[in-house]
Design a binder for this molecule. Structure first.
Ligand code: ARG
Length: 469
């Protein structure tokens, strides 16, 4: 027999040791230890239920599996490449533990439906963990958004100062993004939660496998209907990686803003020492390494999606060994994202927002130029001309080192007269109220705007959502 392999019956030659190591997946799929044990326990109970195992045999197997679990949890170094993967390592250890009864466990089961079962259970677990981590980050962002709902900052387009907004409003944009990530995780959960065990190798089983019982015991929502699809399908893993990629993209945008804001050029935020490092040569440096690394994880997380999509491309039905490559990208994406979400939450929680500096930047950047144009429109100037007047006013103020607030009314009137032939538009002192930054924000009447009432409305909306997601 090929080196005592569980499948060695028809073999006379030995496996090339390099091929054996190449074929083995235990280094990766030992992450499915808990799932494989849970699946095997449920399977053994089902086998008892349909009369394949006696009650004593089932009890022996279940107790044995629990012992094997503890053994491998405590001594992961005992996993062996010779036993190839998590399934055979466990079965081998079980038989060593309880003797020949252990050899009955694989009745009415193939590794093909076994691995599909384990992997779905694993992705279900990671889906829930990611969701929890997203909700936690959302809660931190909401708390900060509420605390800063009246603090002014520049809103940007093209990374140029554009219009005044509040910090609370800005932070809520990330809550909105994360709420979609959570919705995607929720939406795809039922597709993961489809129980494949009982499909056999590909064509079903010559046993009356009680799949309903397995579904209930293992906490699945449904039963995978088609045996061959059930052992070949990895859509749920790809969906997980796709959703993970979008989530990572959101994290990378937030990370990028934290990095920019913590630069001396912006000076909008001071990240806690716990998430920064120094330079080995430049003593003054405080580098936002953790945020940079969160941004930097994007390549591998997108890569993991492309990896599995490509592995599945043109793969003939049903099981092919290529599918063994499915776990590493999923395990990696889950691990990286869980760490990144947790760290991001802690980093935002402990960051000091430099609201004074933000307010100064709003004052300095002519962010009320649009409000000036809107004021002129209210006085009867067509928007295009109002835009021109406002642009000229900015140019003049900039030349003279003034803000729009400091430009005299005569200057505005002269510019209006210059641009408009009608000569009927008269500006008055109300202009200064209209271009006041806080006033500008309060006047944003549209749904979802930066106005304090709207921010309040969104805060309530997302807080409620946190309870229901
Ligand atoms: N280690 C394998 C995997 O992860 C388990 C399934 C093996 N099935 C087989 N027929 N070789 O895909």
């Amino acid at each position: 027999m090929a080196g005592g392999k569980l499948w060695g019956g028809r073999f006379t030659g030995q496996t090339d040791p390099l091929a054996e190591a190449f074929n083995a997946s235990i280094e990766v799929d030992q992450a499915l230890l808990e799932e494989d044990i849970a699946g095997s326990i449920a399977h053994s109970r089902m086998l008892e239920k349909i009369g394949v195992l006696s009650s004593e045999e089932q009890q022996l197997i279940e107790a044995g599996l629990l012992k094997v679990k503890v053994k491998f949890l405590e001594h992961p170094e005992q996993f062996s490449i010779a036993q190839e993967d998590i399934h055979m390592n466990i079965e081998h250890a079980l038989t060593a533990e309880i003797g020949d009864v252990g050899k009955k466990l694989h009745t009415a089961r193939s590794r093909n439906d076994q691995v599909a079962l384990d992997f779905r259970l694993y992705v279900m677990k990671q889906n829930k963990a990611l969701k929890e981590a997203c909700l936690q980050l959302m809660a931190v962002l909401l708390e900060k958004a509420e605390a800063h709902s009246n603090d002014l900052m520049p809103g940007y387009t093209h990374l140029q100062r554009a219009q005044p907004i509040t910090l609370g409003f800005h932070l809520l944009a990330y809550v909105a993004m994360l709420s979609r990530d959570v919705a995607r995780l929720n939406e795809q959960y039922p597709r993961i939660s489809s129980m494949p065990l009982g499909s056999g190798a590909l064509a079903g089983l010559p046993y009356p496998s009680d799949r309903e019982f397995l579904k209930e015991t293992l906490g699945f929502e449904s039963i995978a209907l088609h045996a061959m699809d059930a052992v070949s399908d990895r859509d749920y893993a790809i969906e997980f990686l796709a959703t993970g990629s979008l989530l990572q993209m959101h994290l990378s945008r937030l990370a990028e803003e934290l990095i920019l804001w913590s630069s001396s050029e912006f000076g909008f935020i001071k990240l806690h020492d716990a998430y920064c490092t120094g330079s080995s040569i430049m003593p003054q440096k405080r580098n936002p390494d953790v945020a940079e690394l969160i941004r930097g994880k994007t390549g591998r997380i997108y890569g993991n999606l492309l990896n599995l999509l490509t592995t599945l491309k043109a793969l003939p039905l049903a099981y092919n060994k290529d599918l063994q490559e499915d776990k590493e990208p999923v395990i990696d994406t889950a691990k990286q994202l869980l760490n990144a979400l947790e760290l991001m939450a802690r980093m935002v929680e402990t960051a000091e927002f430099q609201t004074k500096k933000m307010a100064q930047s709003v004052e300095a950047g002519f962010l009320n130029a649009t409000d000036l144009a809107d004021y002129l429109v209210s006085k009867g100037l067509p928007f295009r001309q109002a835009h021109e007047v406002s642009g000229k006013a900015v140019g003049q103020a900039e030349c003279e080192g003034l803000t729009l607030m400091e430009l005299p009314l005569e200057v505005y009137q002269a510019l209006v007269n210059e641009v408009s032939n009608a000569q009927t538009v008269q500006v008055d002192d109300n202009l200064y109220q209209a271009i006041d930054l806080a006033y500008s924000i309060s006047q944003k009447k549209s749904r979802g705007s930066t106005a304090p009432e709207e921010v309040q409305h969104m805060l309530t909306h997302y807080k409620n959502m946190l309870q229901t997601l």
